[in-house]
Write a protein that binds this ligand. Structure first.
Ligand code: ZN
Length: 206
């Protein structure tokens, strides 16, 4: 079973590996990620956020499970063009409750594979562009707080310290494995599966 992990889980700082095969296990993983995303009322979820070190993410800009026709899956995505920039508010399911303005490219060209394994190349703008950039950053171990001006980031330092304290407390209580163990699990996971790295009882890393 997958879970959404929160900052500062090491999976969020992990450079993900390419997806090599779209099989039943992969499709089941995607399904599970959509379920978690809807339950958390998000519009996007990257594999890193469920501690899967692979290059893909799911999106549904409506955040509505009743609109599955709006679901999009981007596999091994690459942003190949960026045009002009715009600032808007962002949040992240791995940094719950934290929102800040982030400047990003207004228009992008993205290349990826869809769930059928078909190569796609699309020019997108506005919210879709922003969401794709945010999720692609996740696959490179980057969070939106990395893009904030130091002064703005400093304003969130208490909240970030709160996340860090919760996380360390979880590790002290044995609810979250040590970071070395988590990194070892991320490294040896051969492919995306709906079980992910959460193999042990009580292994709650969120
Ligand atoms: Zn995010």
């Amino acid at each position: 079973m997958l879970r959404i992990v929160s900052y500062p889980h090491p999976a969020l700082r992990y450079e993900s590996r390419p997806v090599l095969e779209i099989d039943d296990a992969f499709r089941a993983t995607v399904r599970e990620m959509f379920k978690l995303m809807y339950a958390a009322r998000g519009i996007g979820l990257a594999a890193n956020q469920v501690a899967l070190p692979f290059r893909f993410f799911v999106l549904n800009l409506t955040a509505d499970a009743e609109q599955p026709d709006q679901e999009q899956v981007f596999i091994n995505p690459e942003i190949v063009k960026r045009h002009s920039s715009v600032e808007d508010e962002e949040g992240c399911l791995s940094l719950p409750g934290l929102y800040a303005n982030v400047r990003r490219a207004k228009k992008i060209r993205v290349r990826a594979y869809d769930l059928e394994g078909t190569p796609i190349e699309r020019d997108v703008d506005d919210l879709l562009s922003r969401a794709i950039q945010h999720e692609t950053d996740h696959l490179h171990g980057k969070l939106f707080i990395d893009m904030l001006e130091p002064l703005v980031l400093h304003g969130f330092s208490e909240r970030l310290r709160g996340y860090e304290l919760d996380y360390r407390q979880g590790q002290t209580q044995g609810l979250i494995p040590a970071n070395d163990e988590l990194l070892a699990r991320l490294q040896r996971l051969p492919r995306p599966t709906p079980e992910g790295i959460f193999t042990e009882p009580g292994d709650n890393t969120s």
